[in-house]
Design a protein around this ligand. Structure first.
Ligand SMILES: Cc1cc2nc3c(=O)[nH]c(=O)nc-3n(C[C@H](O)[C@H](O)[C@H](O)COP(=O)(O)OP(=O)(O)OC[C@H]3O[C@@H](n4cnc5c(N)ncnc54)[C@H](O)[C@@H]3O)c2cc1C
Length: 522
């Protein structure tokens, strides 16, 4: 997978069936589905795959207990079905996780328990385990550090968790194995129109500055919160005014050591002071606390938390944990932007009330825009997009469901004793590719936190990694888990990448980024 070869392919004068802009969950899901149906596919991503929202999730593969409370049964049922599909097709990257809702008021256990029994019923055969009512002692056995005073009991239920960025890479690599061409660090700079219809796009290889022209029968705009940029360009080309469709809302996650919540169960608080859900999720050896829902009007690639958001997460955690994490306990902090779709005429300032479902829009010129939704349902979204493309005669109609049983690269039958996703990353995270990793030079040379020289070489050769950030943020999740430690490994990782790729691995930019992930507001 040499970059020069990918770029040489990009320069070929072919007309693709589908060109996709954006290499997050949405774009990669469409690329895989289209390639698996036999279409010729190209996808360009302006940064790294999953650099946007798709590496910044709460890491839950879930039906959405919250949407159940809102009465959105259809959304929950679809997500529960997709939860099972995802866990089956990528067992090395996704697995079941028990959650506990502690109750401090007598009515909470029966009230939330009844709702969760309905969640079980909706899941049917796709259920991961039965909801249980817990006594006070049982709750403390699951959540040993839950605040004990006033604790009445709890409810335990099951959902899934995953490694979002590695799943994105698995989607990219599986799509490539089906013939799709995917290029990161290649930004779509404009659209090509012929007779008022979109007929392709122009893109720039950001490593060389070279421009490329791509011809395609169907162009899909899957750029997450950034979809309006391409929509505006499309509108300008055909002389139509385009109203923005996305109301971005940011969600902050704070990462601390697992000692604040040992025991392998996630904490779920159904109603915080601002009416949101708060999670404490054990993930890759650390504890993720979050998240928030704050409207934002700019769209930075690296959004940072507001002071109130940090205070909110620490304050709410202190209400439920016997020993509350303080600012000095924070190992990393990351922020993701939700691409919420606003109804026409809405200013989008109350993002909590906006739909969490995805939207597919086809413009007059035939530009297909898809945004919203969630990671869990990426596969169903991809099917919906391809159906809409067929409705509009942009693509031939083909049978759906081709990815329902398609195992992703690296998937294998889960061996007994494989650590769950709540345990630190390791060779097991590579699934069936573990032997391919250890066959590379430096398999026994650990750089730190379990990362070996061979894993960095594998990232460069087989996982599209170009920079230190690609390795330490998304192939190995250290930036998200322990930003200080990640920063300290930048030099060594950079030296290996330089040998592999022969390009600038951007060491100092990553060191700066690692400092940013530790910079607390206020
Ligand atoms: C805080 C938070 C927590 C969440 N937690 C969960 C969860 O636990 N479970 C769940 O199921 N879902 C969760 N979600 C939702 C889920 O993460 C998103 O729905 C999903 O990641 C969106 O993916 P996307 O591909 O649409 O967007 P993105 O991942 O943002 O991808 C868009 C891509 O387009 C690229 N791009 C932009 N412009 C261009 C251009 N001109 N040329 C080329 N590329 C371009 C960007 O670089 C980016 O990589 C969460 C979301 C947030 C914000």
């Amino acid at each position: 997978m040499k970059r020069q070869q990918l770029i040489a392919q990009l320069a070929r004068p072919v007309t693709y069936d589908v060109a996709i802009v954006g290499g997050g969950a949405t774009g990669l899901g469409v690329a895989l589905d289209a390639a698996a149906r036999g279409f010729s596919v190209v996808l360009v991503e302006s940064h790294d795959f999953a650099k946007g929202t798709s590496s910044r999730a709460t890491k839950l593969v879930h039906g959405g207990v919250r949407y159940l409370a809102q009465g959105n049964i259809g959304l929950v049922r679809e997500a529960l079905r997709e939860r099972t599909t995802l866990l089956r097709n990528a067992p090395h990257l996704a697995g079941p996780l028990p959650f506990v809702m502690p109750s401090y008021r007598l009515w909470e256990t029966p009230f939330y328990g009844a709702g969760l029994k309905m969640y079980d019923a909706l899941a049917g055969k796709a259920g991961l385990g039965a909801t249980e009512f817990l006594s006070r002692e049982q709750t403390l056995a699951c959540l040993p550090t839950a605040r004990p005073d006033g604790l009445k009991g709890g409810v335990k239920y099951w959902d899934g968790q995953f490694d979002d960025a590695r799943l994105a890479l698995a989607l990219a690599r599986t799509a490539a194995s089906r013939g799709a061409l995917l290029v990161n660090y290649c930004a779509a700079t404009g659209l090509r129109h012929e007779n008022g219809k979109v007929a392709g796009l122009t893109c720039e290889d950001l490593e060389t500055g070279k421009l490329h022209d791509i011809k395609a029968g169907c162009v899909i705009n899957a750029t997450g919160v950034w979809v309006d940029e391409l929509r505006q360009k499309d509108g300008a080309a055909i002389g139509r005014q385009v109203k923005p469709m996305v109301a971005p809302s940011q969600g902050v996650h704070v990462v601390v050591d697992q000692k604040f919540l040992p025991g392998g169960h996630a904490l779920m608080v159904p109603k915080t002071a601002d009416g949101r859900v708060l999670f404490g999720v054990p993930w890759l050896g650390k504890l993720i606390l979050g998240t928030t829902d704050t409207p934002r009007h700019d769209l930075p690639a690296e959004p940072r938390p507001f002071k109130e958001e940090l205070e909110f997460i620490l304050g709410e955690s202190a209400r439920y944990l016997a020993k509350a994490p303080r600012r000095s306990d924070i190992r990393s902090m990351w922020v993701g932007l939700r691409p919420l779709v606003k109804p026409q005429g809405d200013d989008g300032d109350d993002t909590k009330g906006l739909s969490r479902e995805h939207t597919v829009l086809v413009s007059r010129s035939g530009l297909v825009t898809v945004t919203g939704g969630k990671w869990t349902t990426y596969r169903a979204m991809a099917e919906d997009v391809l159906d809409k493309c067929a409705d509009k005669r942009l693509l031939k109609r083909t049978r759906g469901g081709v990815t329902a049983n398609l195992m992703l690269v690296g998937s294998d039958p889960v061996p007994a004793g494989r650590p769950p996703l709540s345990e630190p990353q390791g060779l097991h995270s590579y699934g069936s590719e573990g032997a391919a990793v250890t066959a590379l030079r430096g398999a026994r040379r650990e750089l730190g936190a379990g990362l070996t020289e061979a894993m960095v070489r594998f990232a460069a050769r087989s996982e599209y990694a170009r920079t230190v950030e690609d390795v330490l943020a998304r192939r190995w999740r250290l930036l998200f888990l322990d930003a200080h430690l990640a920063g300290s490994l930048a030099g060594e990782v950079g030296a290996i990448l330089q040998q592999e790729n022969g390009t600038d691995p951007q060491v100092s930019a990553f060191e700066e980024l690692a400092r940013l992930y530790l910079a607390l507001p206020g």
